[in-house]
Ligand binder design. Structure first.
Ligand code: AKG
Length: 257
């Protein structure tokens, strides 16, 4: 499904962008589902796992398969060939669920998440740990609207920080970073990346972002990462409704708990 150049790019630069990966009807369906999730978070019952700015506006929603916000269309999206098929091409067929989040940006809020690696917020990791993680997982941002909010430092996922990067992290982790690149996505584009890349999110007021933010791990039965969190996903009633492409993904996650 992917070209060798795309697979090499993911390994060497830490990312690959698939343009037009989501079809027009998928975009329409997922946008409506995202609107419903956000409306539920803002509704009278609320949802405790929404990411909120200081004034309470929502800029993201974690754990979107929680029963109080779950949307079948978004659950199905994870199993789409253009998502799960690509991840499998990048890190192998034995996969397990990790997380599904939405990144949104309401009018009137500018959001900024400082430079970090997901495994080490201060960016400090050994080269051995980084090298061991080259095919351990895939994270993705799937844009349902134009999204220029994610910036990355290509290639930084496979090495310790340079002196310039370390200095930037310590003196101004919200500021510019040597070698930074804005990931420019139009609606339907998906960037697949290694979350050990130095990266940050930065949305200007007025950017109306609606982005799927998912992560899947290569399955390692001996490395527990499963059901101690998101325990509601272990409900047989939920597992029984999974579309076929997702059954092994969640089955492996259950086994690794
Ligand atoms: O806004 C983004 O695209 C980055 C999000 C991110 O880095 C995170 O959720 O850890």
């Amino acid at each position: 499904m992917l070209t060798q150049a795309e697979r090499d790019g993911f390994r060497d630069l830490g990312y690959v962008i698939r343009r037009g990966a989501l079809s027009g009807p998928q975009i329409v369906e997922y946008r409506a589902a995202v609107d419903r999730v956000v409306a539920r978070c803002e509704g009278p019952d609320g949802y405790g796992d929404a990411r909120r700015g200081s004034d309470g506006q929502i800029w993201g929603v974690n754990n979107i398969f929680h029963p109080s916000v779950r949307e079948p269309a978004l659950l199905s999206s994870l199993g789409e060939r253009e998502i799960l098929g690509v991840i499998s091409d990048l890190v192998g067929p034995e996969l397990q669920y990790h997380l599904c989040t939405l990144l949104v940006n309401p009018a009137g809020l500018s959001y900024r998440l400082r430079w970090h690696r997901d495994s080490a917020f201060d960016g400090d990791m050994t080269e051995a740990a980084l090298q061991a993680a080259l095919r351990s997982h895939v994270q993705l941002n799937g844009a349902l609207r134009r999204d220029h909010c994610l910036s990355i430092v290509p290639g930084s996922h496979r090495r310790v920080m340079t002196p310039g990067e370390r200095d930037a992290m310590q003196t101004d982790p919200d500021g510019p970073m040597p070698g930074q690149m804005a990931v420019q996505l139009d609606a339907g584009d998906i960037v697949f990346y290694n979350s050990n890349l130095l990266h940050r999110g930065d949305c200007a007021e007025g950017d109306s972002r609606q982005t799927l933010h998912y992560a899947v791990l290569a399955h390692h039965p001996d490395a527990p990462t499963g059901p101690d969190v998101q325990t509601w996903l272990t409900d047989p009633a939920f597992l029984g409704t999974l579309p076929p492409p997702l059954r092994a993904l969640f089955g492996n996650w259950l086994r690794s708990g």
